[in-house]
Design a protein around this ligand. Structure first.
Ligand code: UD1
Length: 437
């Protein structure tokens, strides 16, 4: 498959597409299977590159992995679990940051774990300090070697009391995956409570874990001695659903997203409505459509759940280039998530970036040198351009811009979009887009 797409834009996207399980849950649930002494079955699993990467990492550790693309059923058998070396892990992980999450489960099951140098999307620094701090607190010993970090737990892992300075999603998952089999009780304050984390907690509970979540962002885990496998249906990918919804707005289209779940998209739907977008919720999914009149500008801040998710920001900014007036977007989760707007400007959008917090929340980046607020003035017709995609969400946003723009654009580096958008080329064609590899 070629790594670029020619997009003949300026046509509304109209029709129906289906969205399956959430990338940000499925990859973690696959890691959770390592904790079980019997096989696990994960359902509604999409055929995306991140699933392939985690599958190969698990295979490398001796896990039996079987995936049926058509039914979305993934079976994981840990009967022959074994250690792997850093070089192989690095080869299989590619740019994924999943290896850091394998640490807790591997320390419990095998007594050791390795993390090679980590990649992930190029958004800010994406450090792993929270993860290492927790693992050390649980009792892990971390040694830096040439090939990466080596962890062991000579005296076992023991429950901790911890509070995050910032409710990190990955670090909350790290803590859950480690605490469930640690000896004693673990309490976490200022935890992330994204729906994908709630689904991970449900999965762990099915495996035999004892976890309670309070209304004040605290989580208590009572360690148990053993866990079994699970059988679980993944929640829908709310980021993918929101991305298609933004595509409907930006292209003046009408898209029914089969599988989209209102209960996980509340804040997105509020914003969609404030911009002027129309939607209809049914039991099967959500229909998102352009109102036919001008879109309205808004002031928006990204935040941890239950706020407006940072991954919805980029596709929504493309739609905001078509709203009449000035929109303000304040990114409070990542310091450097507006790089993708450079390509939008090349296509005719007017986007000004600011270092100040343009919103009432004073975020961690306000006093530092990060251009983390944007003012978008519209509507500006978008024109075709040749663009190189920067990262997963920015990449899909560039595709949306190319679909909205008059003329033929070439979008290169689209392979990265396969990490989180299942069959997006076929879905685009089903929605009437004129795209060619
Ligand atoms: C996950 C999601 C990603 C989403 C993000 C925030 C997955 C695979 N990815 O990423 O799509 O955008 O949550 O909802 O689930 N941080 C530190 N130190 C750490 C860890 C994080 O400073 O050790 C900082 C990050 O730099 C960032 C913020 O915390 O500024 C949020 O990161 P985090 O919530 O951990 O994101 P991920 O779990 O990597």
């Amino acid at each position: 498959m070629t790594d670029s797409l020619r997009v003949d834009g300026g046509r509304p996207l109209v029709g129906e597409i289906a969205v399956r399980g959430a990338k940000n849950f499925v990859s973690k649930a696959m890691v959770a299977a390592l904790l079980g002494s019997t096989p696990s079955v994960l359902r509604n699993v999409p055929e995306i590159r991140d699933v392939k990467v985690v599958s190969s990492l698990l295979t490398l550790h001796g896990v039996g992995v079987r995936y049926d693309v058509s039914t979305g059923e993934l079976t994981l058998d840990t009967a022959n679990l074994r250690s792997a070396d850093a070089a192989h892990i690095a080869d299989h992980a590619g740019s994924s940051r999943i290896p850091i999450l394998l640490c807790g489960p591997l320390l419990h099951r095998l007594g050791e774990a390795v993390i090679p140098d980590l990649g992930g999307c190029r958004i800010g620094d994406r450090p792993i300090d929270f993860h290492l701090e927790i693992l050390t607190k649980f009792g892990a010993t971390v040694t830096q070697r040439e090939d990466g970090l080596h962890l062991s737990a000579p005296n076992g892992l023991h429950g901790i009391r911890h509070e995050f300075a910032f409710p990190s999603v990955g670090a909350t998952e790290q803590l859950l995956l480690t605490a469930v089999l640690a000896e004693g009780v673990t309490t976490l304050h200022n935890a992330a409570v994204e729906p994908e984390i709630k689904d991970l907690i449900d999965t762990l509970q099915k495996m035999g874990a004892i976890i309670s979540v309070d209304t004040d962002r605290s989580i208590t885990i009572e360690g148990v001695e053993q866990l079994r496998g699970y059988d679980h249906w993944s929640l829908t990918d709310r980021i993918e659903a929101g991305s298609w919804a933004a595509a409907a707005l930006a292209t003046r289209g009408d898209i029914f997203v089969k599988g989209a779940q209102q209960r996980h998209m509340g804040m997105f739907l509020n914003v969609f409505r404030k911009v002027g977008g129309e939607f209809e919720v049914t039991t099967d999914g959500i229909r998102f459509f352009h109102p036919g009149t001008d879109l309205k500008p808004i002031a928006l801040q990204t935040d941890v759940h239950p706020g407006f998710m940072t991954d919805w920001q980029q596709p929504m900014v493309v739609a905001l280039t078509q709203a009449r007036g000035l929109s303000i977007v304040h990114e409070t989760v990542y310091e450097n998530r507006f790089g993708f707007t450079e390509a939008l400007e090349k296509m005719g959008a007017q986007v000004q970036l600011y270092k100040e917090c343009l919103g009432d929340k004073k975020c961690r980046f306000g006093q530092r040198n990060f251009r983390h607020s944007a003012v978008i003035s519209g509507p500006t017709p978008l024109r075709a351009a040749d663009i190189e995609v920067p990262d997963l969400r920015g990449g899909f946003s560039h595709l949306i811009a190319a679909l909205a723009a008059e003329g033929t654009s070439t979008v290169s580096g689209i392979g990265i979009i396969d990490r989180g958008y299942e069959n997006f080329r076929a879905k685009l064609t089903a929605l009437g887009a004129k795209v060619e590899a």
